[in-house]
Design a protein around this ligand. Structure first.
Ligand SMILES: [Zn+2]
Length: 263
C-alpha cells in the first residue's frame, strides 16, 4: 500500500507541475486530462490480468516449455464438472479448477475426483457475490479463507492457488489479500468469456489463436454467475481446444504440477 501511495503521490505532483506550467486558459483542460489519465491507470491496475500494481499475479507459466494451463472457474457443478473431467481424461490433459467453497461443500466427491485424476484444486472465494468487489478487507479475507477451509477439510491439504472473481484486484481486495498467507493469485493470458451466454465457435475463436507456450486459459465449469446456465458451448469448445493443443504440440498441465509451478 505504501508503494501505491508513493506512486499516486508522484503522479499527482507531476500532474500538478504540468498543469501550472501551462497558460492559465489551458488549466481546465489540463486538469481534466490528468484526472482522466489517473482514472485510466487505476482501471488498468484493477482490471488488466497482467497488472502487478495492487497484488502480484501469475498470468502465464514461465519457462518456455510447450505447455498450457486450462483453468475452470465457478464450479464444482455436479453435471458439468464430471463431463469436463471425462473430456480431459480422454485427451490425457490436466487442468486447474478454481472452485467456490460453498459449491465444493455441496459436492465434495467432485472435488475428490478432480484431485484423484491429477488436476489441481484452487479457490475462487466462498460465495462469489458481487459485494466482494466493494466490501471491506475483513470480508474479503473471510471469503478467501472460508473457501480454503472447506477445501482443506475435503482434501486434507491446503490449496495454494486463488483466482479473484472476474480477476479484479481493487485496493480493498489488496488489503484483504495481504491478511491471508501462502496464496498465489492467478489471473490468465487467454479468456474464453464463456461465463456469459455465447457459442462454442465464439469461445474457440477467442481462445485458439492465442494458444501459445505458457498460456493460462480461463473457462467455466460452474454456471449462473456470469449469466450463462448452459455449459454446452464450453464443453463443445473444450473438445476443439484440446484438439488444437494436440495439433500444436502443447501439453495441457495442472498449475502447480512439476514444471508448471505458478510463481
Ligand atoms: Zn468466477
Amino acid at each position: 500500500m505504501l508503494r501505491a501511495f508513493a506512486v499516486k503521490g508522484i503522479a499527482l505532483a507531476a500532474g500538478a507541475s504540468l498543469v501550472w506550467a501551462l497558460p492559465a486558459a489551458w488549466h481546465g483542460w489540463a486538469i481534466a486530462a490528468v484526472v482522466a489519465a489517473a482514472a485510466g491507470f487505476i482501471a488498468y491496475a484493477i482490471v488488466h490480468p497482467r497488472s502487478q500494481f495492487f497484488v502480484p499475479v501469475v498470468d502465464h507459466i514461465a519457462g518456455g516449455d510447450r505447455i498450457v494451463a486450462l483453468t475452470f472457474d465457478d464450479g464444482p457443478d455436479p453435471e458439468v464438472t464430471p463431463r469436463v473431467l471425462d473430456l480431459l481424461g480422454a485427451h490425457g490433459a490436466r487442468a486447474t479448477f478454481f472452485v467456490l467453497g460453498e459449491r465444493a461443500a455441496r459436492y465434495p466427491d467432485v472435488i475428490r475426483r478432480i484431485e484423484r485424476e491429477g488436476h489441481t484444486v484452487g479457490t475462487h472465494t466462498q460465495r462469489h457475490l458481487v459485494r466482494f468487489h466493494f466490501a471491506r478487507p475483513r470480508y474479503i479475507q473471510r471469503e478467501i479463507e472460508d473457501a480454503i477451509a472447506v477445501i482443506s477439510g475435503i482434501l486434507a491439504h491446503r490449496p495454494t492457488l486463488f483466482r479473484p472473481p472476474q480477476g479484479l484486484r481493487t485496493p480493498n481486495f489488496a488489503s484483504g489479500w495481504r491478511r491471508t498467507h501462502g496464496l498465489t493469485c492467478v489471473t490468465w493470458s487467454v479468456r474464453g468469456l464463456d461465463s456469459r451466454p455465447t457459442t462454442a465457435a465464439a469461445i474457440v475463436a477467442r481462445v485458439a489463436p492465442r494458444l501459445a507456450p505458457g498460456a493460462i486459459v480461463t473457462l467455466h465449469d460452474g454456471t449462473g454467475l456470469g449469466g450463462a446456465h448452459d455449459r454446452a458451448p464450453t464443453l463443445a469448445a473444450l473438445v476443439t481446444i484440446l484438439g488444437e493443443c494436440k495439433t500444436r504440440g502443447l501439453r495441457c498441465v495442472a498449475l502447480g504440477e512439476r514444471g508448471a509451478e505458478a510463481r
